[in-house]
Write a protein that binds this ligand. Structure first.
Ligand code: NAP
Ligand code: HSE
Length: 421
């Protein structure tokens, strides 16, 4: 039986897992591997594989049928992916940044050249989430998708809560375990979740938006006081990606939220991801599993490779195309047009009138207070006040916070987090 020749770009966490999974499979031959540093020692046997630091070598090899990109970033992989498609290569990628920023163009080009682009590993690591949305749930229309889409931040928040680890130590562990992006800023500042929720939103609502325009808040400002106080209020803090349709507007965001302890998402720990999908026919579906790490992610990549290989064996190869962009008139809305309950931590002076000032500013903007606690009165005469609001318009909360920030008794607004419904 003729083997299908594969070229793999990237031999880091994910690429190494892919080579390990493909090595014993008789239907595939990994002909090429591209890396940055060809002299680095690797964790897999490369004796029968050509190693290059120029990924265009494999793309220009007519024997290679499937190009697997598990390197990351858009430079040079935006140009390289387009070139590979033009050469008739099928693409398997774990690159959420590339798909999120350039998905529309890439899928159109793939259709023109009759090739398939698969990206199961780009969202949710090992969870078969993309195929569920593309195929298993295609009879549905969707109202919302929400989930924990980043293993690194979920791991950090879990370690901070359960082991009392510092943010920096937990991040270092996430990097050592291979969960984090090459630049972990993408994880902890929410870019990774913004890319991923944009991809899920494109599958659910038929339209990519500019991921850099998606509202984003990272987890770097969250302290152990927030984690403990949120728990006392009955919540666990989770980094959430959320996409919902509101008329002709898409409400897409990536930010930490207080999730009620009784909600299933609150119990998702470590590097696990979980995605809630609300479909018109199926109702609510939640998928949970390992969202990052070598073998779970390699499982998704190799699943895509096998799917393409199976299609290639059919007498009439029919590539899977992304559905055409369905709703061109859908626009990304502003977060200011939505509503949420808020958790807010303030550093204030510990003087009479502080709570009165606070109540006045909230009341003036129709934001109703739900609960309030004062924490640690410090030697410098400051105190931490933490409160929860009832659901209010984002615009009103942001105006109230501006007013509070300007009050003489306020030292600074520590953090404002939304509460998950
Ligand atoms: P990684 O460990 O940093 O590995 C990146 C690999 O790409 C390295 O082998 C590097 O070569 C190679 N590379 C980078 N730029 C290159 C270039 N211009 N030409 C040739 N090779 C190049 O990254 P990773 O964690 O495996 O992630 C890879 C991709 O999978 C990213 O898109 C990431 O977002 C995605 N992903 C990762 C996970 C995860 O859990 N790690 C999960 C889902 C998706 P050298 O080894 O020589 O430096
Ligand atoms: N850095 C990503 C995460 C990898 O931590 O979820 C999986 O996409």
């Amino acid at each position: 039986m003729a083997k299908i020749n594969i070229g793999i770009i990237g031999l880091g966490t994910v690429g190494t897992g892919v080579v390990k999974l493909l090595a014993p499979d008789p239907q595939f031959k990994v002909k090429w591997v591209a890396v940055r540093d060809t002299t680095k020692e690797r964790d897999v046997d490369l004796s029968n594989i050509r190693v290059t630091n120029n990924p265009f070598d494999m793309v220009n090899d007519p024997e290679v049928e499937i190009v697997v990109e598990v390197a990351g970033g858009t430079d040079p992989f935006y140009e390289l992916t387009k070139h590979a498609i033009e050469q008739g290569k099928h693409i398997v990628t774990a690159n959420k940044e590339l798909i999120s920023k350039h998905g529309t163009e890439i899928f159109e080009l793939a259709k023109k050249h009759n090739v398939t682009v698969m990206f199961e590993a780009a969202v949710g690591g090992g969870i078969p989430l993309i195929s569920t949305l593309q195929r298993g749930l295609q009879a549905n229309t969707f109202s919302s998708i929400a989930g924990i889409l980043n293993g690194t931040t979920n791991f950090i928040l879990t370690q901070m809560e359960e082991k009392g680890q510092s943010f920096q130590d937990a991040l270092a562990d996430a990097q050592a375990l291979g969960y984090a992006e090459a630049d972990p800023t993408n994880d902890v500042k929410g870019f990774d979740v913004a890319y991923k929720i944009n991809i899920l939103s494109s599958l659910a609502f038929g339209r990519f938006v500019d991921p850099l325009a998606v509202y984003r808040q990272g987890i770097t400002g969250i302290t152990d006081t927030d984690i403990k106080t949120a728990k006392e209020f009955g919540f666990r803090i989770k980094m959430i990606g959320l996409a919902r349709r509101n008329g002709n507007q898409l409400d897409i965001r990536a930010h930490p939220m207080l999730v009620p302890l009784h909600h299933l998402l609150a119990s998702v720990e470590g590097a696990n991801n979980a995605i809630f999908i609300s479909g018109s026919a199926v109702g609510d579906v939640m998928l949970v599993g390992q969202g990052a790490g070598q073998m779970p992610t390699a499982s998704a990549v190799v699943g895509d490779i096998i799917n393409i290989a199976s299609a290639l064996k059919l007498p009439d190869f029919a590539p899977y195309f992304q559905p055409a962009v369905a709703s061109q008139n859908l626009q990304l809305g502003s977060i200011e047009d939505s509503e949420a309950a808020f958790y807010i931590r303030l550093e204030t002076q510990d003087t009479p009138g502080v709570i009165g000032n606070l109540g006045h500013a909230l009341g003036a903007h129709s934001v109703s207070l739900h609960s309030l606690v004062q924490r640690g009165i410090k030697e410098d005469g400051s105190a931490t006040i933490i409160f929860l609001t009832h659901k209010a318009s984002e615009r009103s909360v942001s105006r109230a916070l501006k007013e509070i920030e300007a009050q003489a008794t306020t030292r600074q607004i520590g953090i404002a987090l939304r509460v998950f419904e």
